[in-house]
Design a protein. Structure first.
Length: 443
């Protein structure tokens, strides 16, 4: 995928590792050998002794070696808003977070509703040679919600699924046509579930906290209304739909019932919705102004339960970079959104450290499950597959500090949060694209 390719005959053995592959429920000591850009072999039989003399040996010191993370919801801001983020800054941040593949939303300028923009993003990502970058195509032209984009042509050009990004497809008629069209061609529609007339003008989750702060509320019902409408449309069209970043107990319960009824519906969430609640807004803290907004503690616990029982299929970072001028404003005027590439693993591992999920379950939500949803390669160990890997220490403590993050924009809702779990190095197509030791030296 990258022009910075690895020689086909170069072999590297990663030994003395704890091999973790959530898809295969693999958790055992062993090693892995790469040859060029591919995985040549892996398992408990690979050790430092007995290797051929021409194989480079990397001692993993007992740390966790897993497939790289697959992040299914990222805003990269290029083209059009490079002052907030670029393919380069996003690629470096993703690599630092152990993410080897990501999918970017189409709400760029110009919008990714044209084949040329899909090709531009793919070409730029190949030249950079960092994390692999895939694109969503727009459901509607210009994200205006009126006329369907040329989804078939966009899919042929490489778009992996279709969404209007941070906007809901509001028109019921348009969404019905989109689901019909997508079903015919085997495409996936991803919906931002928020009824905009209920959310319009809101600043944070509606309730006692918003009232006390004198801020306008966004009711939880704005999410579930859109979810329940679209579930009816799935019944009507026999279509396939994915809901992004669910944040409310009611919406999760609606999806749970729909899955039990056999509807082709999936969904994801993001770390803020199981790690934070509306109290994080605190004293008008704009870094905690997100879309959807942080909800109640009851909703946060419902998100965790939705992950545990399989209602929620995956976790994405929902990385939304905003520049300082957009965030250093009074709360009501500040932009929505928080960055999340570099904190995706560590915050998700809180579910493991708090006894809410196993380590393999957490990795599953971050690797093979999003890959399978979008029909991407990756997220698994397999001989002959791309050597997209992550070495991490699940117990290593650190504190999130905005100025230490690689992202061009620094608007993390987790600033000053103590976390456990650190990426040590990230490998894409056999190349080391991030090394914590070098990063700390400033290399």
């Amino acid at each position: 995928m990258s022009q910075k390719s690895v020689p086909e005959d170069r072999r590297v053995a990663y030994v003395n590792a704890r091999l973790l592959d959530a898809a295969a429920r693999l958790d055992q000591p062993g090693g892995l050998i790469t040859q060029g850009e591919l995985i040549a072999d892996f398992g408990p039989h690979i050790k430092a002794v007995g290797l051929a003399a021409d194989i480079e040996v990397v001692d993993c010191a007992g740390q966790c070696l897993s497939p790289g993370l697959v992040d299914m919801r990222v805003q990269l801001r290029e083209p059009g808003e490079e002052h907030k983020g670029t393919l380069a800054s996003g690629g470096h941040a993703a690599a630092a977070g152990g993410i080897t593949s990501l999918v970017c939303l189409p709400n760029t300028h110009p919008v990714i509703d044209d084949v040329s923009i899909v090709e531009f993003v793919a070409r730029r990502a190949r030249l950079l040679g960092l994390t692999k970058v895939y694109t969503y195509g727009a459901v509607t032209k210009g994200l205006e919600g009126q006329e369907l984009a040329e989804m078939g042509l966009l899919a042929e050009a490489g778009a992996v699924a279709f969404t209007d990004g941070a906007k809901a497809v509001v028109s019921t008629r348009v969404m019905r046509h989109a689901l019909d069209y997508a079903r015919t061609f085997g495409l996936l529609i991803v919906q931002h579930p928020e009824e905009p007339t209920l959310a319009q003008g809101g600043d944070m989750n509606a309730g006692e906290m918003a009232t006390r702060l004198g801020l306008r509320g966004i009711p939880a019902v704005a999410e579930v209304i859109m979810v329940e409408r679209d579930l009816r449309l799935i019944e009507l069209t026999n279509g396939r739909l994915h809901f992004a970043h669910l944040s409310t107990a009611a919406a999760i319960e609606a999806v749970r019932r729909a899955k039990a009824a056999g509807l082709a519906v999936t969904c994801d969430t993001a770390p803020p919705y199981f790690a934070l609640n509306e109290n994080a807004v605190g004293d008008y803290r704009t870094f905690a102004k997100l879309s959807p907004p942080l909800r109640t503690e009851k909703d946060r616990l419902a998100v965790i339960e939705g992950l545990a029982d399989g209602t929620i299929d995956a976790i994405g970072s929902d990385h939304t970079p905003e520049d300082e001028d957009s965030k250093r404003l009074p709360f009501a005027q500040a932009a929505f959104g928080g960055i999340g590439l570099e904190t995706l693993l560590a915050v998700s591992l809180e579910l493991y450290h708090n006894g809410r999920a196993s380590l393999l379950d957490v990795l599953g939500w971050l690797t093979w499950r999003p890959a399978d949803l979008l029909h991407l390669s990756g997220g698994r160990f397999a001989k002959g597959a791309a050597a997209d890997l992550m070495l991490f220490d699940p117990d290593r403590p650190w504190q999130v500090r905005e100025h230490e993050l690689s992202s061009k924009s620094k608007n993390t809702p987790f600033d000053y949060r103590p976390v456990q779990g650190r990426v040590l190095f990230t490998i894409v197509d056999g190349r080391r694209v991030f090394d914590l030791t070098r990063a700390k030296r400033g290399a």
